[in-house]
Structure formats: structure tokens, C-alpha cells
Write a new protein. Structure first.
Length: 378
């Protein structure tokens, strides 16, 4: 749902050249907002094997498509170069995480540091009242200066998982125009309006990894040694890995025997990769610890019983939030909400969750689909 229409309000729309952000700009213009399209230039790996050196989110083709859409809508078009900032905040964090043996989520970091960080701040400084993106998520107004995010109408395309770091101060300046639409409806709107990107395909890969070769990218930026692949239950060597840092929890490992086997644990100091069969008990976890907690409302949830998602598009799972000293977390039992913003918390699941990877985000939801916040697995 869009905020209340105010024709004198200026909106800077993050334009990627895709159909979602294009339709977001179109809908806002139809609502009467003063719309400005902004294309952001990000860093890309210049050492890819094929010679490709463009970030798929901001390639020359993507910029050209964004320009064409803005021309069609008759709105201003700007290009902001965030290559250095993107490299420092997103790419370096990604590489550093893998060096440490964890699996960082670059999209979560990009949203926090770039789209709702640099872009958000620069847009407001240039006179924007709001920023808008093509994220599939719904923004609802509870009362004056109080907003909440909800899962998108299109459950398959929902992107609320990546936005758990947002705050009330940001949400009052945000618009998410396509959250109440299905992807098919968004394409129909674009087609009916004659937008040149109506049928454009989309990519789900890490945008700055050229050739979709994540292993190759990591090997170019991280030094690692070969070592043993250990079957977790028997502790027997069943193969050899190419470097512990290049694997992630839950990844299938090509070894012989009676597999298939999947990564259950990475022992960085011993340079060992522990694997299990998918049905193995130690592949599932009923408890995890989180850090860097953020509550979107600025307050603790009313109940410690919530729903969580440990990976993007993973089914929601019932869980209980507790403190380090085994106290259930809720607004009623813990009135000093600020004390829990930066503290680590434990998440207890009703049933075991598979392939839980340190570095990934765990995102909190209420039973009615409200995005409550989230944290990072440690």
C-alpha cells in the first residue's frame, strides 16, 4: 500500500533497469509524485576468466534499459557511482566472511549499507521526501511515525528476508509500490504501459560474481589449502577438499562411496571439511545463536513465540527467542528493549532446521506475516 498521496512530494526511485523498479516508478508517477530515477553503479570483478567485468545489477545494458524507461515515463534520470563504497561495504565483507569460514549474505549487506544507506542518505540530502525500490514487500502505517513491514502478496517473490535491518526512521521515508502485486501483474502493468523491460528476465546469482562462477571468484581472492573430507559420524577420511573456505554448510560435496554427502561443519584450524548424509541427525539444528539483532519497530515482540526463516525462501519455522541466561524475550517480560538490541540471543526451534550456516541471516516474523527484525547466525 502506498503512502498517502501528496503531489508536492519528491521520490527518488532506485532504478536497476528491471521490470520491478520500472513499474515502481510508473505507479508512483501515476499517483502524482514527483519522481526521479536513479541508477547506481556498483563494483564488479575485473579478473574473471571470461573477461566479463560488469556487475549484472548495473551493467551497461541495465543502465540503458533504466534510461529508456525514464525517457518513456518522462522523468529525470541520474547515475550515481558507488563502486568504491560497494567494494568496501559489500564485496570485502563477502570475501572476509569466507576467509573466516562463514557464509555472508551480500544482498542483506547491500540493502543495509548501500540502498538504504548511501542511496537513502544522498537522496534525502538532494531534496527527496521518499526513496522507493522494486522490493516485493508491503509497508503499512500503524499510526503517526509508526510503520511496519509485511510479507508481500506474492509469497514466491517476497523479499522481506533481505530487509530486516530497516528502522522506523528509514521506513517513514520509504515506498514499496509493488508489494501488493503479483509478479505476473507487474509484468502486465509494464506491458500495458509499453515499458521496454516488460519481458526482461532476472538473475538470482550474486551480482558482482561474473560468469556465475562463485568458486572461481573465491579462489581468486582467497588463499586456501587442500585437505581431508571427513565423514562426521565415523571420522574417516572419504575424500579431499579444495579449501575449506570455498564450501558452505548444506552444500553437496562430490565424493564417492554411499553418498550423497553434504557439508555439516567446517574446521578452519584443522583444515577439515566434515560431511554427512542429508538424513543424518547432526545435519539438523534445534538451537542457534544470533548477534547484531535489529527490531524494526524499535521494540521487543509481544511474545517470544515467533516464526523465523534461516534462509531466503525457506519455509517459516516456529521458534522461541531466549536470552543467554535462558529468559524468554518479550516486551512484557523484558521492558528494557534497548538492552537487547546489540546482545546475542538464542533461537530454539520446535523441529530441527537443516543446513544452518554461520554468517547467514535469521529473520523474525509474527504469525500474521509482519517482519519483526532479524540477526546474524554465529
Amino acid at each position: 500500500m502506498l503512502k498517502e498521496l501528496k503531489k508536492d512530494k519528491k521520490v527518488f526511485v532506485a532504478m536497476s533497469g528491471g521490470v520491478d523498479s520500472s513499474v515502481a516508478a510508473l505507479l508512483l508517477k501515476k499517483q502524482g509524485y514527483d519522481v526521479v530515477g536513479v541508477f547506481m553503479k556498483f563494483w564488479a570483478d575485473m579478473k574473471s576468466i571470461s573477461g566479463a567485468n560488469e556487475n549484472r545489477c548495473c551493467s551497461l545494458e541495465a543502465r540503458r534499459d533504466a534510461m529508456r524507461v525514464c525517457a518513456k515515463l518522462n522523468i529525470p534520470f541520474l547515475t550515481w557511482d558507488f563502486q568504491k563504497e560497494f567494494k568496501k561495504a559489500v564485496v570485502n565483507n563477502f570475501i572476509s566472511g569466507y576467509k573466516k569460514g562463514i557464509t555472508p549474505n551480500p544482498c542483506v549487506v547491500c540493502n543495509k549499507e548501500i540502498k538504504f544507506g548511501l542511496f537513502f542518505e544522498k537522496a534525502l540530502k538532494m531534496g527527496a521526501d521518499y526513496i522507493a525500490t522494486g522490493h516485493y514487500v508491503r509497508l503499512r502505517k500503524l499510526k503517526i511515525e509508526n510503520w511496519k513491514l509485511e510479507i508481500a502478496r506474492d509469497r514466491v517473490k517476497d523479499q522481506s528476508y533481505f530487509l530486516w535491518n530497516l528502522t522506523q526512521n528509514q521506513l517513514k521515508h520509504c515506498l514499496f509500490p509493488i508489494g501488493d502485486y503479483l509478479k505476473s501483474e507487474v509484468r502486465q502493468i509494464a506491458k500495458k504501459a509499453g515499458l521496454p523491460v516488460a519481458l526482461k528476465k532476472e538473475s538470482q546469482e550474486v551480482c558482482f560474481v561474473c560468469d556465475r562462477d562463485l568458486a572461481g571468484f573465491l579462489k581468486r581472492h582467497i588463499y586456501a589449502k587442500k585437505g581431508p573430507i571427513i565423514e562426521s559420524k565415523t571420522r574417516k577420511k572419504i575424500g579431499e577438499h579444495q579449501g575449506v573456505q570455498f564450501y558452505t554448510i548444506g552444500q553437496r560435496v562430490p565424493v564417492g562411496g554411499t553418498g550423497p554427502y553434504f557439508v555439516a561443519e567446517k574446521k578452519l584450524k584443522k583444515n577439515q571439511l566434515l560431511v554427512v548424509k542429508r538424513s543424518a541427525q547432526d545435519f539438523f539444528h534445534k538451537e542457534i545463536i544470533l548477534k547484531n539483532i535489529n527490531w524494526i519497530s524499535g521494540k521487543l515482540p509481544k511474545s517470544p513465540k515467533i516464526l523465523v526463516r534461516t534462509r531466503y525462501r525457506q519455509p517459516l519455522a516456529a521458534a522461541t527467542l531466549i536470552t543467554a541466561d535462558n529468559k524468554q524475550i518479550s516486551a512484557d517480560k523484558n521492558p528494557r528493549q534497548s538492552a537487547f538490541k546489540s546482545a546475542s540471543i538464542r533461537v530454539l526451534f520446535g523441529s530441527g532446521q537443516k543446513a544452518v550456516a554461520p554468517g547467514q541471516s535469521v529473520v523474525f516474523y509474527s504469525k500474521n506475516g509482519e517482519l519483526l527484525g532479524g540477526g546474524v547466525i554465529i
